[in-house]
Ligand binder design. Structure first.
Ligand SMILES: Nc1ncnc2c1ncn2[C@@H]1O[C@H](COP(=O)(O)OP(=O)(O)O)[C@@H](O)[C@H]1O
Ligand SMILES: [Mg+2]
Length: 227
């Protein structure tokens, strides 16, 4: 496999949801290539299909039509358990509403995705501590989410997303709940994660936020507008 091959190739991706006998066509033929190590923003208005597309990109959902080649392999050929394994190995996720578990500490939240793997707990703990200090939370390891600010909670979620050393970080409106100063800090962290050689895919409705990326893909009504 050549290293210049895009890590992700979407060809005419469609997604239709069935609600009773209603067919809701959300993605209507989306084609995008994403290079290894790129920082791409997927921008579009609310309802344009960004989150649906992100779920497909991150193997959280399958397309209804079109082809998704991941590292050159058609994911349609892979059974669900292989897809889950690939998802855990290749992708990290952060979301607008952090999705932290409220009754455990920051450190435990970050360790969580590793608990079912083969890594010994002691090593997992060391890695989680390291990641939390990378995101500036070395002094908050034992705080629970409710004892942290929104920006700090998103940092915990970022550390958690990095636990399995993913090649691709998918961020769905990661600053949607944050004030502008805190948003800038989170975007700076996303840039540094990109600087570590990871592919970063940022979903946003906001033009100023999208400018942090190297390239913008504009989504309108289930179709890419700028190709
Ligand atoms: N599971 C679903 N079932 C039915 N419709 C859905 C589902 N998920 C998303 N949609 C519809 O798809 C459209 C795009 O949603 P979404 O991808 O969340 O957009 P965005 O993230 O750009 O705001 C919306 O009209 C939404 O109602
Ligand atoms: Mg969305």
């Amino acid at each position: 496999m050549s290293s210049s091959q895009p890590i992700i190739q979407l060809q005419d991706i469609e997604k239709t949801f069935l609600l009773g006998d209603l067919h809701i066509e959300v993605l209507k033929g989306v084609s995008i290539d994403i290079g290894r190590g790129e920082f791409v923003a997927l921008r579009g208005a609310s309802g344009s299909g960004k989150s649906t597309l992100m779920h497909i990109l991150g193997l959280l959902d399958r397309p209804s039509g079109g082809r998704y080649l991941l590292q050159g392999k058609n994911i349609a050929d892979l059974p669900d358990d292989r897809l889950s394994a690939l998802r855990n190995q290749l992708f990290g996720f952060i979301f607008q509403t952090f999705y932290l578990i409220p009754y455990i500490t920051a450190l435990e939240n970050v360790m969580l995705p590793g608990l079912y793997g083969a890594t010994p707990a002691r090593q997992l703990k060391r890695r989680a501590e390291e990641l939390l200090s990378q995101v500036g939370l070395a002094d908050r390891l034992h705080f629970r989410p409710g004892q942290l600010s929104g920006g700090q909670q998103q940092r915990v979620a970022m550390a958690r997303a990095l636990l399995n050393d993913p090649q691709v970080l998918l961020a769905d409106e990661p600053t949607g709940q944050l004030d502008s100063a805190t948003s800038a800090e989170i975007m700076a962290l996303l840039k540094s994660i990109h600087g570590q050689g990871r592919t970063v895919i940022l979903v946003t409705h906001d033009a100023a936020t999208a400018e942090f990326a190297e390239r913008e893909v504009l989504l309108h009504d289930g179709l890419v507008q700028n190709r």
